[in-house]
Design a protein around this ligand. Structure first.
Ligand code: C2E
Ligand code: CA
Ligand code: CA
Ligand code: CA
Length: 274
């Protein structure tokens, strides 16, 4: 039994080594990516649910690795967070998004921020200087945070949020409903919007669907004076349900995938009838 245990440990051990090596490689690659031109930003349009008018965009980071091709953010963001590379990465995305948004005067631009970034006490100051550099009005920017931003004992997160909200920047609680105590958290959190996670929208029209849960989320948000966005709308049926439930805004592949900035320029030009 002892030998088998040791053997198992050896297998486990070598697997761990491989994981550690892969992470280290990704860290190195990410450093190079940040210095070169491998990182870009795509923008997913957000529409009003009621009349399907383009209201804003969400900035989503993209990494094109010279050998490995596109690497999804769900894969490299956690590595960036562990290595603190999330700070230069987040700054790059914010900067790109703010400079792009200057050309889209009627749109709100939403940027995702990691809890790691928000815990740095200089975060608010750096956002302000990026806005100033771009010449973007703070009211045009929305920052998407997740529940993980909230278990912060230092108080830096809260202070950053308060300072930025005082400037007119809005905050959204992303992936709402997927955490441990979303409803409870809402009590202690200063946000302007909740983003209802795709997993709830997925169930619409299916047995055991989540329509009642989403109805409750929207009611709660309305009672607290918060706006609502539903993400991951893929079918006209889902779109119709959200409209009926009184959700403010919708976002999903049905309406548009994330696209390069030039495609947003083109959408706005065609809307204006140019
Ligand atoms: P998220 O913030 O919840 O973003 C929504 C994700 O859902 C995006 O994936 C988007 O492309 C995808 N999506 C949108 N509509 C649909 C749909 O109708 N169907 C499906 N199946 N998916 C849809 P993406 O771009 O791969 O990003 C994944 C996650 O990575 C994001 O989730 C966010 O948590 C993180 N992320 C992306 N960009 C950044 C960034 O600049 N900074 C940070 N900190 N995190 C980011
Ligand atoms: Ca988001
Ligand atoms: Ca989300
Ligand atoms: Ca997500």
């Amino acid at each position: 039994a002892k030998a088998a245990g040791r053997n198992r440990y050896a297998i486990f051990g070598s697997h761990m080594d491989e994981l550690v090596r892969a992470r280290r490689q990704m860290e190195q690659d990410l450093r190079i990516a940040l210095e070169g031109h491998q990182i870009s930003v795509h923008y997913q349009p957000v529409y009003s649910a009621k009349d399907q008018v383009l209201k804003g965009v969400e900035a989503l980071v993209r990494w094109r690795h010279p050998q490995k091709g596109a690497i999804p953010p769900d894969v490299f963001i956690p590595v960036a967070e562990e290595t603190r590379l999330i700070e230069p990465l987040g700054e790059l995305v914010l900067r790109e998004a703010c400079f792009a948004a200057v050309h889209w005067p009627d749109l709100t631009v939403a940027v995702n921020v990691s809890a790691i970034e928000l815990r740095n006490e200089t975060y608010a100051m750096r956002v302000l200087s990026t806005l100033n550099a771009a010449g973007l009005n703070p009211t045009r920017l929305e920052i998407e945070i997740t529940e993980s931003a909230l278990g912060d004992n230092s108080g830096h997160c809260e202070r950053n949020i308060a300072a930025l909200r005082a400037l007119g920047i809005r905050f959204a609680l992303d992936d709402f409903g997927t955490g441990f105590s979303s409803f409870g958290r809402l009590q202690s959190l200063d946000v302007d919007r909740i983003k209802i996670d795709k997993c709830f929208v997925d169930g619409f029209g299916k047995p055991g669907g989540n329509e009642e849960i989403v109805r409750a989320m929207i009611k709660l948000a309305q009672a607290k004076g918060l706006r609502t966005t539903a993400e991951g709308i893929e079918t006209p049926e889902q779109n119709a349900v959200l409209q009926r439930l009184g959700c403010d805004d919708v976002q999903g592949y049905l309406l548009s995938r994330p696209v390069p900035a030039a495609a947003i320029d083109a959408m706005l030009a065609s809307d204006a009838g140019i």
